[in-house]
Ligand binder design. Sequence first.
Ligand code: ATP
Ligand code: MG
Length: 460
Amino acid sequence: MTSSITTMVRFPVSQTIRAFARRFFEQGFQLYIVGGAVRDFLLGRKITDYDFATDAVPEQVIDMFSTVIPTGMKHGTVTVRFHGESYEVTTFRIEGDYHDRRHPESVTFIRSLEQDLSRRDFTVNALAADAADGTIIDLHEGLQDLQKGLIRAIGDPVQRFEEDALRIVRACRFACQLHFSVDSATLSAMSALADSLSHISGERLKIELFKMLEADRPSIGLELMKSCRAVEILFPELHHCIGVEQKGMHRHDVWYHSIYACDAAPIHKPLVRLAALLHDIGKPVVVQHHENERPTFYHHDSVSVAIARSILTRLKCSNDERDTVLNLVANHMFHYDGQWSDGAVRRFVGRVTVDALEDLFDLRLADQIATTGSRNSAAILEFKERIRLVLESGNALTVKDLEVNGNDLAQLGIPKGPAMGTVLQELLETILDDPKQNTKERLSEIAVQFYRQRIQINKS
Ligand code: ATP
Ligand code: MG
């Protein structure tokens, strides 16, 4: 079987890649497509990006093309713009010792594809295709492992994870993404070296975690990470969720509830999936046990926000990513029923913000599925209809929608600073319940009165 793939199947090299490769050959250099593109083609998966390997050094590649971006010169990588495409080209290299288990001490450029393939992480990632005719080169039994559905480290797994601990998470990520299992010697080495994961950088971890969140079922990768102790080392807060029973409506402990909620959130919304994974992470901290009754988890939403914040900061998420996830975690506990006043609906929308509503409902459905095994969209549909009506009426929802602003209040003699913030908040509370009061005259009156009676007096 294996050899038939090697000889029969060729990587489909497009006209553009052929023209790209010709530039290298004309100068006497080699060019191969390596890694993910070859693997994904053989698996019939969509190819997301092309990585090329060559014996030309970066300066030589720069000389060959008019637009080259020096994306990672230190590691021998440049990005070439060619016929509207962006191609990453990396010089064949070997790596020196990994003293900090993160970065090789040095990188040496070499002339041999063979050595370049041996420094790669897993056999299925060490396949190459000749960029001229698509011939597939398999020096590490990658084709055999592709057929077996196996993630296997190249060479001695202990040594490979010692060099770079991130490979432990990558093994879980690829197994999850490709629906593969992990070879047993590779898995033992992952467990044995899990402690060294404490040295890896947040940025690199984030990339792998997000790729996992974009797989069909992130729970598979997260369970693997649990089984090799990576969860314990990297996300101790999630590890504490294991075995925290909830009972009542819940079918699962907090760990399984969280990872299944993550699966049930939309595949194209990694931030909602991340929020689903973290929404109950405060539960182990606040759990209270009661005799003959189910445990309670009061205020777990706000504790979850604090814990999630520290995880997102460790992962070096952007401010936008962090705010999106934390807003969802903070607001996941709403309990709408038809008795809510319009003021309550406006308050909810103002707090969550209009743009985040759809994500919050996605999180709620995921939470329900993970809790009971089924979804009940009827209540959400009813709530959405109420929200639609409230939005349609165009009434104010936030301080920004008030008919007075800070400058207006300053002219009325209210000093800028915390006092003004309190007054604006009071005005908002008033008009959320009674939108008719949102006129400049009326708000000015309320503001002055409130400031005199509640703030100035308290101060004196
Ligand atoms: P995808 O792009 O779908 O995530 P990929 O295989 O292209 O998959 P990348 O992370 O883009 O994965 O890495 C490209 C290639 O570089 C890999 O296929 C592998 O050969 C090599 N590689 C990447 N990271 C490492 C690492 N930490 N150790 C060893 N080799 C690595
Ligand atoms: Mg890639």
